[in-house]
Design a binder for this molecule. Structure first.
Ligand SMILES: Cc1cc2nc3c(=O)[nH]c(=O)nc-3n(C[C@H](O)[C@H](O)[C@H](O)COP(=O)(O)OP(=O)(O)OC[C@H]3O[C@@H](n4cnc5c(N)ncnc54)[C@H](O)[C@@H]3O)c2cc1C
Length: 483
């Protein structure tokens, strides 16, 4: 009697959600491990968010900061990349469900690393998003570029001084690093790049306002650097308005409430929101299933090993995790992703979850650019509780160097370097193209989904009985990825 040939034990199936800093760096760390990795993300690219503002203001092209994830991971034979929006995590059965158009894919896992990041928070006023979009994705940055340049184009055509003023007033809400960088670049673009390019308007007269409900610019970087950044911005002509809380936003402007309770209106067509973050809603699912707590921004209060209670094989990293002392920055996500991957690798060598060393965040400092040749930088001094703080040219060169190091791909680094050289030495920008679809896509998609959600008779003018919306639904396909 012959016995069946022995089969090799199945390798652990590791599923990673997200291709941002947390997800990509975790996947790369597992490159040579004896596991099968499936990375699922909503986008086909890894996005280098810290340089989004340079896409929005025409300095670099979107491809330079967003390489295709499957190309980056091409040489990792143990890794598959799937495009899909994860809508369900079933912890008990170890399955992740994702959707691409109408197709639903089920991916089973033994280990799960969740790195789905965070979105913009409007603090309960989501209706502001239509008129003051945030800047989290390539779509956002391209739309913003279109809105900024479109405002100049409309102003050129207007003979009405009040309308021109409204079109040439740009408001950035939120004086954190993104708001500071964006306000500085809009000011430089109007002052330098667009100078002399219009015939009826003077782009150098554009008003750039940086608003914040807090009393300081760049609060996480401390009062000294915040003050320096504010002074530099003011030198560029940016108006800084602090203690100013936005209470309403519409197509033509916004309403601001002062500290004393009075309100005032700013007429502005182009508004950008860079205040506050809200973690991925996937955190809520984890809370419902495992009882893990969420913080006010929806971040998951993970255990010391970044796992969640009762599920030692489920890790939450990056902007989705809440760990004291770890900021929502690229380094927090990179280190968290690598740590989770290392835990998985150690278990292949026989370590058990209770033997894991707690996650330790290594603070490498923080920085923000203010304008050409000017940045602020705060780095911890090893062995002390003090920090080395500096600003100006030295910090700016440091910012450029560090961001080049973390950009993925040699060609992207080279192209970016060339674009930087061009933009900072000549003040010219190569990426000022805007398409109509970039500017109007969000509104058009919004209208389409409104139509989709309406009963068919309202759309077609027919009665509900004759045309039941249920009948028009296409059944979704379901795939099961067995790895
Ligand atoms: C404009 C801007 C500027 C910044 N500047 C700096 C800076 O200068 N320095 C710094 O250190 N940090 C900066 N940050 C913060 C830094 O980018 C984030 O902390 C970091 O990207 C977090 O990494 P992450 O992997 O947690 O999330 P992300 O990088 O946001 O990645 C999330 C991933 O999850 C995917 N995803 C989300 N939901 C789903 C879903 N349901 N299904 C499938 N996939 C999903 C997304 O497509 C994406 O691939 C900046 C952020 C922004 C927005």
């Amino acid at each position: 009697m012959s016995s069946p040939a022995p089969t090799a034990p199945a390798r652990p199936r590791v599923v990673i959600i997200g291709s941002g800093f947390g997800g990509l760096f975790a996947a790369q760390r597992l490159g040579k491990a004896d596991v099968d990795v499936t990375l699922i993300a909503k986008t086909t690219h890894h996005l280098f968010q810290p340089m989004l503002y340079q896409v929005a203001t025409g300095i670099v092209a979107e491809g330079e900061i967003a390489p295709a994830t499957r190309v980056v991971l091409r040489k990792q034979n143990n890794t598959a990349v799937l495009m899909g929006d994860v809508f369900e995590i079933d912890l008990k059965n170890g399955v992740v469900k994702s959707r691409l158009l109408e197709r639903v894919t089920e991916t089973p896992f033994d280990k799960l690393i969740i790195a789905a990041g965070a979105d913009q928070s409007y603090f309960g006023n989501d209706q502001f998003a239509e008129y003051a979009p945030g800047m989290k994705t390539i779509d956002d940055a391209l739309e913003l570029r279109g809105r900024i340049l479109g405002a100049f184009e409309q102003a050129e055509l207007s003979d009405d001084p009040a309308e021109r003023d409204k079109l040439l007033t740009f408001v950035v809400v939120g004086a954190g690093p993104t708001g500071v960088e964006l306000a500085g670049q809009i000011a430089e673009m109007s002052d330098k790049t667009l100078k002399g390019t219009f015939r009826n308007i003077d782009p150098t007269q554009a008003r750039v306002i940086l608003l914040d409900a807090a009393p300081a610019v760049l609060p996480p970087m401390g009062p000294k650097l915040g003050k320096k950044a504010a002074q530099r911005l003011e030198k560029l002509g940016v108006e800084i308005q602090l203690n100013a809380m936005v209470v309403d936003v519409d197509y033509d402007g916004l309403v601001v409430k002062e500290k004393d309770g009075t309100t005032r209106r700013i007429e502005s067509q182009c508004k950008v929101w860079s205040a506050g973050v809200q973690a991925s809603p996937l955190g809520k699912q984890l809370a419902e299933q495992s009882g893990v707590e969420l913080d006010r921004a929806g971040r998951v209060k993970v255990l010391a090993d970044l796992s969640i209670p009762g599920y030692p094989d489920v890790f939450v990293v990056g902007d989705m995790m809440s760990v004291e002392g770890v900021p929502g920055m690229a380094q927090g996500a990179i280190q968290g992703g690598r740590y989770a991957a290392d835990c998985i690798k150690n278990e292949l060598k026989g370590q058990t979850p209770d033997q894991r060393k707690p996650f330790h965040y290594h603070d490498k400092g923080s920085m923000a650019t203010v304008s050409r040749f000017s940045a602020v930088m705060s780095v911890p001094i090893p062995g002390t509780k003090k920090r080395f703080e500096t600003e100006g040219y030295f910090a700016w060169v440091g910012w450029l160097a560090l961001h080049l190091v973390y950009l993925v791909g040699f060609r992207n680094r080279l192209n970016t370097l060339i674009n930087w050289f061009f933009a900072f030495s000549t003040r010219g920008r190569t990426q000022l193209a805007v398409t109509e679809q970039q500017v109007y896509a969000r509104t058009a998609i919004g209208h389409l989904s409104e139509l989709e959600n309406k009963p068919v008779y309202e759309v077609e003018g027919e009665s509900a009985g004759e045309n039941d919306p249920q009948d028009t639904e296409t059944p979704s396909k379901t795939d099961t990825k067995a790895s």
